[in-house]
Design a binder for this molecule. Structure first.
Ligand code: SAH
Length: 246
């Protein structure tokens, strides 16, 4: 029986892979990877390494989670070094916990390897700090995609009245609703918001606007994309660096 490395691949830029993740990729007998993990990472694998794609299209799973769990488990029965490569960090809306529990219940050894999460790194590449002295003392990372209760929101919108930075993952398709909800709880219509598409990749694109006008500007951006709400968005005027790099 092998060991499974539940590994964060970082947000896209291949150089944002950790040294530890690179080591297990090089040693892997099989790599089970997502759509969000940069496929160039696979080129680092040794000859003969097997690749299994279990891609997820944002919230639309091409393979149900239960099947992915089973693919990982079966790989661990056959191979010594199994790498489960996931976009960003395995625990930030990555279902890494579920995969770990599935393996635990079947007596398979595993390790988690943290990755640089898109929630922080993607705003950073866009020149938006998630915290900034004098502007915000905290940030929240929230799912924009709610799996259960179509009419009933599980998001505690009333808690979002403060100036905390809010980062919505998986939320582009619900951008209009998100802006509407934030205005409903009392945020000004001209409150700053940004949508960052394909962050940390060569084709990264950021659109900045207000709760009132962002939808029209950002609705057709390609995925993956995340949403940042907060006064820190304004700092991009001075801190933008990646998209205007020569
Ligand atoms: N575990 C991942 C997040 C998985 S949820 C992490 O820690 O980064 C998937 C969501 O992450 C996407 O819907 C999108 O909102 C966001 N995301 C991931 N990579 C991104 C990127 N390169 N640019 C913009 N958003 C990204």
């Amino acid at each position: 029986m092998g060991k499974v490395y539940l590994t964060g691949a970082g947000p896209g830029d291949i150089e944002l892979l950790t040294v530890k993740a690179l080591r297990v990729v090089k040693e892997a007998d099989v790599i089970i990877y997502d759509r969000l993990a940069n496929p160039d990472i696979l080129e680092e694998a040794k000859d003969g390494c097997e690749f299994i794609y279990v891609g997820k299209e944002d919230s639309h799973h091409t393979l149900p989670q239960e099947e992915i769990n089973e693919v990982i488990y079966q790989a661990a029965l056959k191979h010594e070094n199994v790498v489960r490569l996931k976009g960003g960090d395995p625990f930030v809306f990555g279902r890494g916990g579920e995969e770990g529990i599935y393996l635990f219940e079947r007596g398979i050894k595993f390790e988690f390897i943290p990755g640089i999460t898109s929630a922080i790194a993607v705003p950073e590449y866009a020149g938006i700090p998630v915290t900034h002295r004098g502007i915000t003392v905290s940030f929240r990372v929230v799912t924009g995609h709610e799996s259960s209760g179509k009419d009933h929101s599980q998001i505690p919108w009333e808690n979002y009245k403060s100036d905390d930075t809010i980062i919505f993952l998986m939320g582009l398709h619900r951008l209009k609703t998100i802006c509407k909800k934030l205005i409903e709880i009392g945020k000004p219509k001209d409150y700053p918001i940004a949508v960052i598409s394909r962050g940390t990749r060569a084709d990264e694109k950021t659109v900045v606007g207000t709760l009132d006008d962002i939808y029209e500007q950002a609705k057709d951006l390609p995925t993956p994309a995340l949403i940042v709400v907060g006064k820190v968005v304004k700092l991009r005027e001075k801190l933008s660096w990646f998209e205007n790099k020569e």
